[in-house]
Design a protein around this ligand. Structure first.
Ligand code: SAH
Length: 352
């Protein structure tokens, strides 16, 4: 037994730790305690969600972006990125295809592409909801004004993913250009929650210059924000960004963070992300064994997949939606879980 058992037991009961205790969770990380925590995290997920895994159909609908985040492959100044945007018809077709597989959540993710005007984007949301009234629409399109978020919600969007990336202003400034601030990021998350969205925050594990102090701050911020969803994955370098020579985040540390999050938030919607599946071929399965309960198969058309590259080596870029879906269903079944066809809302959420 390592030194962390008492902290892990405390985390399970109190759902949080002090800053120094969070730091110790990393500086004293060891195999025995990691396995102890993993088993507790998996039990916690099973106690809340059984062996059900929720699927979200991910539609990467544009890689145009006004921002220049230093880690991201579709940053504005990457002139090697081949840009694309899907038409309304193409997006609706992705939804139809996904609906046929049993998907009941569509996630529209993209760069901050300002050519989609609020009214047009709201019309798209309305059309998806009209064609598929039993489905949830999740948006992941970055920082907007409160007024714009209100319009999206009124148009029928249910959830919003906006990773905070890092909660420390100092670290945030090392990952982003000066015009982007953690204050605005947090303002967005507060507004989104206040408006009534199910919100998702999160961060990259092992992003450049991340320290255990910064990670501890991320857990503390998440405790305070109390989001419905938390997306984390390892940082993976992209060859055409300023972080091309930075080391990738650690696979084990990412799994370890998932287990911590499951103990902190027993009912949170926690995806085993594509980035986790990219740094290890069994990453998503291991994510589930560490407490994750969501997987996001891509519904993006095959011809644009290799263009939505946030990092190098991204998996599933040569596949059709049907192949991706079948592959993930198989992976989930092989570890004794089942992919369920339901919206998979957070238990505490009702539309206001
Ligand atoms: N423009 C949207 C969507 C961003 S892409 C937004 O700002 O929310 C979704 C997530 O991918 C980001 O929040 C970031 O955490 C992650 N990501 C970006 N570049 C990455 C990289 N190089 N390695 C791992 N994850 C990355």
């Amino acid at each position: 037994m390592g030194t962390l058992r008492p902290l892990i037991d405390k985390l399970q009961v109190e759902r949080t730790l002090t800053h120094d205790e969070f730091v110790r969770m990393f500086t004293e990380r060891n195999p025995e305690d990691s396995e102890y925590m993993r088993a507790l995290a998996q039990e916690t997920a099973v106690a809340n969600y059984g062996h059900d895994i929720y699927l979200r159909g991910l539609i990467e609908f544009t890689n145009y972006c006004r921002n220049d985040c230093l880690y991201c492959g579709i940053r504005r100044s990457n002139d090697k990125a081949e840009r694309y945007r899907l038409t309304t018809e193409e997006i609706l077709e992705c939804c139809d295809i996904g609906y046929g597989f049993g998907l009941r959540t569509f996630v529209l993710q993209g760069g901050e592409d300002m050519t989609y005007k609020d009214d047009d984007f709201c019309e798209l949301i309305r059309q998806i909801k009209k064609q598929h009234p039993d489905c949830a629409v999740t948006l992941s399109v970055g920082e907007r004004s409160r007024e714009t978020y209100e319009k999206y919600y009124e148009a029928g969007a249910d959830r919003y993913l906006l990773r905070h990336e890092t909660s420390s202003p100092e670290h945030y400034a090392m990952l982003h250009p000066a015009e982007l601030t953690i204050e605005n990021r947090k303002r967005c998350l507060r507004d989104l929650k206040d408006i009534g969205f199910q919100i998702g925050a999160g961060f990259m594990v092992g992003s450049p210059y991340q320290t255990y102090d910064y990670l501890a701050e991320d857990f503390e911020y998440l405790r305070e924000l109390d989001p419905h969803m938390i997306g984390i994955g390892p940082f993976i370098h992209h060859k055409d960004t300023p972080f091309r020579d930075m080391p990738d985040g650690s696979y084990e540390e990412t799994l370890y963070c998932l287990a911590i999050l499951r103990l902190m938030f027993p009912r949170v919607l926690l995806p085993a992300t594509t980035a986790l599946g990219t740094i290890n071929p069994l990453g998503r399965e291991e994510g589930i064994r560490h407490g994750a309960n969501v997987i996001m198969p891509s519904l993006s058309p095959k011809d644009v997949r290799q263009k939505y590259l946030l990092y190098d080596g991204k998996i599933c870029t040569g596949e059709e939606a049907a192949e991706c879906h079948a592959c993930l269903e198989g992976r989930i079944a092989r570890i004794g879980y089942r992919a369920v066809s339901s919206r998979g809302d957070h238990a505490d959420w009702v539309r206001k």
